[in-house]
Write a protein of this length. Structure first.
Length: 180
């Protein structure tokens, strides 16, 4: 059969109905038409499913549909000191970082300020440089202190600097601590 045989134009609806009745009256043509229709529907369904599965595997969306494979072992409750029920440690470890300039261990929370001072950067770098020059030139320290740069650095010595509390001002009444 050629493409011209498949495409037939009828002049009227009546002519189309007559042709349809002629084919439907013959049992052999009805069987061929039913088989052709059934095979076409099955082919389209299978082909659509195959394309859908292929697309899912190519794009990776099959994992969303199928889900991740389950873990073989059942959920285990851990009963160890300093661990939660899932086995994670509950204690926080202080992280120390090694300074690339002076090779000292500095706590992670103080690493950036330490590195800034150690490399001579930041707003105090000119003062520190002046102090180093003064110490090198024979003790003419402009700041009146003979401390080296390392001794007054709170993050290196491990000491915390204390905040100075301003004195409490009172006006002489009992509420503020003084009696009249």
């Amino acid at each position: 059969m050629s493409d011209n045989d498949l495409h037939i134009e009828y002049e009227s609806v009546e002519q189309l109905k007559d042709e349809f009745n002629k084919y439907m009256s013959n049992t052999e043509t009805v069987e061929k038409a039913a088989n052709y229709l059934f095979e076409s529907l099955v082919d389209e369904t299978i082909l659509g499913l195959v394309f859908e599965i292929h697309h899912a595997f190519k794009t990776g969306s099959n994992v969303a549909v199928e889900g991740e494979p389950e873990d073989c072992k059942k959920f285990i409750i851990v009963d160890l000191p300093e661990h939660d029920v899932f086995g994670s440690t509950t204690t926080k470890k202080a992280l120390d970082c090694s300074c690339p300039n002076c090779d000292r261990l500095v706590s992670a929370s103080r690493f950036a300020p330490h590195l800034e001072k150690c490399m001579g950067m930041g707003r105090n770098s000119s003062r520190i440089a002046s102090r180093r020059i003064a110490n090198r030139d024979g003790g003419n320290n402009y700041f009146g202190s003979a401390l080296s740069d390392d001794e007054d650095d709170a993050d290196w010595s491990g000491e915390k600097r204390k905040k100075k509390m301003p004195p409490i001002k009172t006006n002489g009444n009992k509420k503020n601590g003084k009696s009249s």
